[in-house]
Design a protein around this ligand. Sequence first.
Ligand code: MIC
Ligand code: SF4
Length: 643
Amino acid sequence: MGLTLAQKILKEHLVSGEMVTGSEIGIKIDQTLTQDATGTMAYLEFEAMGVPRVKTEKSVAYIDHNTLQNGFENADDHRFIGSVCKKHGIYFSRPGNGICHQVHLERFGVPGKTLIGSDSHTPTGGGIGMIAIGAGGMDVAVAMGGGTYYITCPKIVKVELTGKLSPWVSAKDVILEVLRIMSVKGGVGKIIEYCGEGVKTLSVPERATITNMGAELGATTSIFPSDDVTREFLKAQGREEVFVELSADADAVYDETINIDLSQLKPAAACPHSPDNVKSVEEIGSMKIDQVCIGSCTNSSLLDMLKVAYILKDKTVHPDVSLSIAPGSKQVLNMLAKCGALADMIDAGARILESACGPCIGMGQSPNSAGISLRTFNRNFEGRSGTKDGQIYLVSPEVAAASALAGVLTDPRTLGDMPKFELPKVFDINDNMVVPPVAESEMDSVEVLRGPNIKPFPVSEAMADEIDAKCSLKVGDNITTDHIMPAGAKILPLRSNIPKISEYCFAVCDEKFHDRALELKKSIIVGGSNYGQGSSREHAALAPLYLGVKAVIVKSFARIHMANLINAGIIPMTFVNEADYDAIDQMDELKIANLKEAVAKDNELIVKNVTKGTEFKVSIELSQRQRDMLIAGGLLNYTKNNA
Ligand code: MIC
Ligand code: SF4
């Protein structure tokens, strides 16, 4: 039986377990990336492991999220990360060099290699045939130290692409269609593999838009074959030598198949407040808009920006609309400047932002009250923009630019003929904003610089034999990590200060949660399905840990968040019978006896609802490694115990 491309790469990197769907496998990691909002913690954790130099083929730290610096905190964190990198063998991409995923694709990604990143959109690397997976900071720290990375051996979904995109229809519309079909939880436990004749009609940046936003499916990752298009891209980046041709075997067997005829797709938008709430632009109609933001790791490539500049050229942004544009990397921005496209954008009235995440993570550009904002980003979760009642629609750069001119949601197919947009034969290459580490022999001369905002991470204790605790919070379905641990300009600077950032934990859902949880000292959270979807931020586990949360009982978990909970020593439990969810109220007292014994070997345990005088079953189907880790009180304790 043949193998799919993802299976081939996983098999080649297999360190433990067997390639049996649903079982835990350990893989060797070739490359890692971090960004600054998760990186400070990841490097504190790396330091705590006591490994002098990273053991990966390449590890890169990017500064792209916390670039506002409206206080000393972010700058201190940047300085800390820069000095750790220099000492321990990590390449440091300075602020201004661009968004981690865009730059990594351009300058460092290698087909056939494994990459984990402390950011959920790491699957962008799947656009050049990598197995690129988003993970919690602690997992990335372990991988930098040469440790194995563990995942559930995924199902493989084949997305068979046929045909060719019509003019003004975009890669964004492809992934929005996949999201419409599969939903934000449809990809959990799966890798999405793109195949078929349509693949060769898509350039690398287009493929990367699709794999990037596969994160919104909850998928482990997404991947495209590495073919002539990949070779051309790498050649233009001056890196042809890393090219290898990769594809699935002709007789590969897939768990599911989805067929998409590219020629049938139309411009689409994900409506508030979920990336899978997809409608065609036609269907939504010409809604009046207040804001347009173009950029983010999904849609900030040179190709995207050239299309936007073409649409804006010699026109003016509608008087009622604010348009901001953040090119994804220094390379993109510089090439736009040199070819004159940047001038076209500026002329039209676009507000040019630095090459960073910016508005995507609520770092500025929050829309007006109840404002309608079209964004080329990947997430439109409630409140993420920084405006609680902001109405965010996710669209392609083509829809965004056409609408910014018209002042209403606009189908770009009304723009007339589309010229052929092509990638350059040679990109502008200048890696002067990437600081290499010092040689190992000189590492002792590098001092690690810490600011006062950097506080030690909370220590978890070995598991107690019983939990007798109140339900400090009950929430519904599809709770995102933006609910659990919000981001934005005010909160992000506190990413290296868990006690302080915990004050905002779940503030979107319940402002009193922090005080209540602290008062209770220990508690349990109850939630619905797809709990913890979205970001990889381990702060969504570390803040609850700090606030005394011992277990989370939900209908189902998102992958990265569940791994982060286990790493933090918080027990993830799922209802055996989902109807039991309804019978629990916030502040009910829940009791679990013989906990250690059950976590050590059982797949189910009984929870007593002392308040209601009832009991219900929860499932704790975990690997032995996860069980041992929970009993030890999380990954750091487990690693120390085993050292
Ligand atoms: C996001 O898009 O939510 C982020 C900010 O990039 C996060 C990482 C973080 O919270 O720092 C992600 O996607 O993992
Ligand atoms: Fe940055 Fe937004 Fe991409 Fe997250 S999704 S890495 S915040 S650009």
